[in-house]
Design a protein around this ligand. Structure first.
Ligand code: 0GY
Length: 307
């Protein structure tokens, strides 16, 4: 910083910090497994949070993320730019460089981004850009601006990651189908898991994936979607049981277009902070065979991010 005094950030009141001592998963991840949705936050003293942010998180550094990767048994990460950093991707790029090729990134870019900046980000490992439609997280950006950005990244071979809530899909559907890239949806489009699996809400999301082979989904975030709650005990069979049928349906219907990630450090959770080891133990409930697990954790992220 110009003054030499780093800005001091106070966390949003009620902020839940990430789980300090996650258990070792019982589920043995396959060799080459990728945690395909996680974030770094700051540290704010080095990479300040964006002025337009809607929340101020606890710090969650690249070193802490890479230590978690090793503890859980992942080999690689996909680090996704979080809204608290706006379109300032310095913390993300720093983390990608610290990973020595074992992480790829999804950035958030402004329409004024220069081609040279895009090329530098690509060289650091960025392979996508994220459009956020969740109102509590990001201000509205006109669709034509997003389309313009999407068109600019085609030549880099990047894709678009979209984050939205299920009640907004009817309005966003046509826009998503216009995008000229692979489109990766965060957290299954955030269904209300109290609604039927084959009801109109999740039915529309499955239609989007069925009719548009360029659409992928992360089957992540049971801890955000659940009404029934976290596992009471390590390895408990019924962890996040209300979310399981939704994730399992996507894994079984679209085995080559699903990804999984921890979502560490779990921004904006209100009820509980998951033990990341127990989250990994949830994977075999939604990908029930070794073949499905290998696709979800190794082949699919490898194809999208490392080829
Ligand atoms: C997630 C979910 C959330 C936050 C963000 O970029 C973000 O701030 O993605 C959320 O609050 O639901 O995937 O990390």
């Amino acid at each position: 910083m110009d003054s030499g005094n780093p800005e001091v950030f106070s966390k949003t009141p009620g902020w839940l910090d990430w789980y300090p001592s996650p258990s070792k998963p019982r589920f043995q991840l396959p060799a080459g497994a990728v945690d395909a949705h996680c974030h770094v936050f700051g540290p704010g003293a080095i990479f300040p949070y964006a002025p337009e942010r809607k929340y101020t998180p606890c710090d969650a550094s690249a070193a802490q993320l890479l230590a978690l990767r090793d503890h859980l048994g992942f080999e690689r990460n996909v680090i996704v730019q979080a809204t608290c950093h706006g379109s300032d991707n310095r913390a993300l790029v720093d983390a990608l460089r610290a990973s020595n090729g074992r992480a790829r990134g999804v950035a958030t870019v402004h329409r004024n981004v220069k081609d040279a900046e895009l090329r530098d980000m690509h060289e650091a490992g960025v392979r996508g850009t994220r459009f956020n439609f969740v109102r509590r997280l990001a201000d509205f950006t006109p669709r034509e601006v997003l389309l313009e950005i999407a068109q600019r990244i085609v030549s880099l071979g990047w894709h678009v990651v979209v984050y939205f809530e299920a009640q907004d899909l009817p309005e966003l559907y046509d826009f998503f189908t216009m995008l000229p890239t692979t489109v990766v949806v965060d957290h299954m489009g955030r269904p209300d898991v109290n609604q039927p699996l084959d009801g109109p809400q999740f039915g529309l999301f499955q239609k989007l994936m069925r009719e548009h082979p360029n659409v992928w989904s992360k089957v992540s975030c049971p801890e955000r979607l659940t009404h029934s709650g976290p596992p009471a005990l390590h390895g408990e069979q019924h962890a996040y049981r209300d979310v399981v049928p939704f994730a399992r349906r996507l894994v079984e219907s679209f085995p080559d277009r699903v990804l999984w990630g921890t979502d560490w450090p779990h921004p904006n959770l209100k009820d509980h902070m998951p033990d990341d080891g127990l989250l990994v133990d949830y994977i075999p409930a939604i990908a029930t065979t070794a073949v499905l697990q290998h696709g979800l954790l190794v082949d699919n992220p490898d194809r999208l991010y490392w080829r």
